[in-house]
Design a protein around this ligand. Structure first.
Ligand SMILES: Cc1ncc(COP(=O)(O)O)c(C=O)c1O
Length: 396
């Protein structure tokens, strides 16, 4: 048999982690890596946070799973924390980011269709977006590489140039239900939308009674120095999809919505067997207890600014390699002048530094939010050494 037991959809590398210690991953051969990828913006409390481990252990011993047919004191507690700390009035829990975005799409459609506007089903989405790998979420992205082999796509998405308010305005038609946008594109290359763009989308949504749905799966949950990135744009969304960091490593996502936006999400319209189960709720509650406070958020901003300032100085030493630094908080990207992927492989294989490559030749820094000075220094040592001994591969 040629096929591997793990369906071969990932080009997996040779790093095979078996243990995590705070901001490091240890491979099965004992090699220790500095983890500035955090499972792609997931392990925001690092790999061995006692509060998170304790909460999961305790809940596992007490009650792991019950059906959503029963009342959920655990779910009510976490939903209330999210409601208290965000724009939202109500929360639907999922197990992943794609499901959270899927719920956001359904919520936006149902807002209109539950009021008798059956034709309003189109969402305006943005170039180079990444919303997940379900049929709806790949359809929401213009990235054709994700579409191959999976046609026909779900209809009802109109692609607009990211950060282009004029084009977004021109795409609004009688069938438009709303916008779906990442305030800071992650996979697309750590590209923050401009304030004018985000505020413009809000104004358009108000003017045309459209839903402004944000995908904060990667940029949400304290990553950018506020609990959610929308806060930094001075806007209030209608719907937000969140996941990744919210479980700190436990599979958890959520769709947050205002009461108005959720008017179509009534009994029987949506569901999930696992969504919001007690174990996931314990993980999410532990994460929120750790991050949803001013001190923690201020530290993320401060560390982000410090790393950014050092990065900006550092890239000046290698003008042939690096172009610029962008992002917010601890969601940072270094746009390279050469292909970013081989450099990221070089850092991983020769300097034990784990980062993530992204679109637009960008190297992503997504460290655990709990990094300290020692890990920041270690990062710069590895990055400097990696830049110093890098040989740019010659195009064949
Ligand atoms: C912005 C964004 N949305 C959605 C997703 C999909 O999340 P998941 O892989 O948990 O389904 C991701 C994952 O990278 C993401 O970055």
């Amino acid at each position: 048999m040629a096929i591997t037991p793990l369906m071969p959809v990932y080009p997996r590398c040779g790093v095979r982690p078996v243990r995590g210690e705070h901001c490091h991953l240890i491979d099965e051969d004992g090699t220790k890596y500095l983890d500035f990828a955090s499972g792609i913006a997931v392990n925001l409390l690092g790999h061995s946070h006692p509060g998170l481990i304790g909460a999961i252990q305790k809940q596992a011993e007490t009650l792991m799973h019950v059906s959503n047919l029963y009342g959920s004191p655990q779910g009510e507690k976490l939903a209330q924390m999210l409601v208290d700390n965000t724009f939202a009035d109500t929360v639907f829990f999922t197990n992943s980011g794609a499901e959270a975005v899927e719920t956001a799409i359904k919520t936006a459609r149902a807002y209109h269709q539950s009021a008798g506007n059956e034709h309003k089903h189109e969402l305006i989405t943005f170039t180079n977006a990444f919303h997940g790998r379900t049929m709806a979420t790949i359809s929401a992205s213009n990235q054709t590489k994700m579409h191959h082999g999976f046609q026909p796509l779900l209809e009802g998405f109109r692609y607009c140039e990211f950060d282009d308010l004029e084009m977004a305005t021109s795409l609004i038609g009688p069938n438009t239900a709303g916008f779906l946008v990442e305030p800071i594109q992650g996979e697309g290359g750590i590209r923050p939308a401009s304030n004018e763009f985000m505020q413009g989308l809000r104004a358009l949504a108000d003017e045309h009674d459209l839903m402004l749905a944000l995908d904060e799966v990667q940029c949400g949950v304290a990553r950018t120095g506020t609990l959610y990135a929308y806060e930094q744009y001075g806007i209030v969304p209608d719907i937000v999809a969140t996941a990744k960091g919210i479980g700190g490593g436990f599979p958890l996502g959520a769709c947050l919505a205002t009461e108005k936006a959720a008017r179509g999400m009534t009994f029987g319209t949506h569901g999930s067997t696992y969504g919001g189960n007690p174990l996931a709720m314990a993980a999410g509650t532990a994460v929120m207890e750790a991050v949803a406070n001013d001190d923690f958020l201020a530290e993320v901003s401060e560390k982000g600014e410090r790393i950014r300032a050092r990065l900006e100085q550092f890239i000046g030493n290698y003008p042939d390699l690096f172009e610029l630094v962008r992002g917010k908080g601890l969601m940072l990207g270094i746009k390279m002048k050469v292909e970013s992927r081989p450099f990221f492989v070089h850092l991983r294989d020769n300097h034990e530094l784990l980062m993530v490559a992204a679109g637009d030749n960008t190297l992503r820094l997504l460290p655990p939010l709990v990094i300290g000075d020692a890990e920041i220094d270690e990062f710069f040592e590895k990055l400097s050494a990696g830049a110093a001994d890098y040989e740019i591969p010659q195009a064949s």
